[in-house]
Design a protein around this ligand. Structure first.
Ligand code: FPP
Length: 253
C-alpha cells in the first residue's frame, strides 16, 4: 500500500458528513472470478487489492474505523483449498502491509474466534496488533472466523458467569454490559454498512453493533470496488437523516 497523499477534504467531494465507523461486507469475489472463467481464489486475490484501495481512501477521507468482514464462522465449511488459500492471502496481506500500516499510525486488530486460525496467521495478527496498539490515526479491524450470534453467545456466557460469581445482578444488566463483552468493546458502533454484489442480507455480521447503522448496497462485486464507489457510499450517507427512533422534527431541533 502506498498512499498517494495524506488527506482529502471530503467536502470537495460532496461528503458533508464522514461516518466515524464504516463496516463492509465484501461480497462477490467468487462471482467476479467465475464471470472470467477463473478459480474463486483469483477473485479473493483481487479482493485483497480492493481492501488496500478502500483502506487508503477511507484514511484519506478521515474515516476513523474501517471494519472488514473477511471470513465468517460459516466460511470454514468451504472447500479446504479455498479456506487455505484465503488464510494464505490474509497472511500475505499482513506481511506486505505491516510497514505501511505502522508508518501511517493505523491500529490493526482482528475480531472473531481467532483460535481457529492457523498458528502462523494467529502469530502475525498478535504481533501486528501489539505493535500497532498505541496508534490512533485510524483503526483497521478485520473480522475473521467471525459470527455475530457466536459473539453474542460468548457475551451472554460471560455475563452469566459474572452473575453466578455475584459480580453483577441480573436486574442490573444493561445494554452497556452486553456491549462491553463483545469483541468490539472499546469501539464505536458502525455508522455505515456497505455491502457489495447486490445481496440484501446482513449475514450474521455485527448484529448488535449495526442496530442504528445506515445501509448502502451496491451491485459492484468486491474486486471491482473502487475509490469512487466508496465516495458514492459516503455521499449517500451524507444525505441520510439518522433518527435513532426519534421523529424527523425532533432530530432537526
Ligand atoms: C465473499 O465473496 C468474500 C469472502 C468470503 C472473502 C473476503 C476476503 C478477501 C477480500 C481477501 C482479502 C482480505 C483481506 C482483509 C486482506 P464470496 O467468495 O462469497 O463471493 P461469491 O458470493 O460471489 O461466491
Amino acid at each position: 500500500m502506498s498512499f498517494d497523499s495524506d488527506r482529502t477534504d471530503p467536502k470537495e467531494l460532496g461528503i458533508t458528513k464522514v461516518p466515524r465507523h464504516v463496516a463492509v461486507i465484501m461480497d462477490g469475489n467468487g462471482r467476479w472470478a467465475r464471470q472470467r472463467g477463473w478459480i474463486r481464489l483469483r477473485g479473493h486475490r483481487e479482493g485483497a487489492k480492493a481492501v488496500k484501495r478502500t483502506l487508503e481512501e477511507s484514511y484519506r477521507l478521515g474515516v476513523e474505523y474501517l471494519t472488514l468482514f473477511a471470513f465468517s464462522t460459516q466460511n470454514w465449511d468451504r472447500p479446504s483449498t479455498e479456506v487455505e488459500g484465503l488464510m494464505g492471502l490474509l497472511l500475505e496481506y499482513l506481511h506486505s502491509e505491516r510497514r505501511e500500516l505502522l508508518r501511517r499510525g493505523i491500529r490493526f486488530r482482528a475480531i472473531g474466534d481467532l483460535s481457529r486460525l492457523p498458528q502462523n496467521l494467529q502469530n502475525e495478527i498478535a504481533a501486528l496488533s501489539e505493535m500497532s496498539k498505541d496508534n490512533d490515526e485510524m483503526h483497521l479491524v478485520v473480522a475473521l472466523s467471525y459470527g455475530a450470534r457466536d459473539e453474542i453467545v460468548r457475551a451472554t456466557r460471560a455475563l452469566a458467569a459474572a452473575a453466578v460469581a455475584g459480580e453483577i445482578k441480573p436486574e442490573d444488566i444493561g445494554e452497556a454490559d452486553v456491549s462491553a463483552r463483545l469483541y468490539t468493546a472499546d469501539m464505536p458502533d458502525p455508522d455505515l454498512l456497505i455491502r457489495t454484489s447486490g445481496e440484501l442480507r446482513v449475514s450474521n455480521f455485527m448484529l448488535w453493533q449495526l442496530a442504528y447503522a445506515e445501509l448502502f448496497v451496491t451491485d459492484v462485486f468486491w474486486p471491482d470496488f473502487a475509490k469512487d464507489n466508496l465516495i458514492e457510499a459516503l455521499q449517500a450517507y451524507s444525505k441520510r437523516e439518522r433518527r435513532f427512533g426519534l421523529t424527523g422534527a425532533q432530530v432537526k431541533k
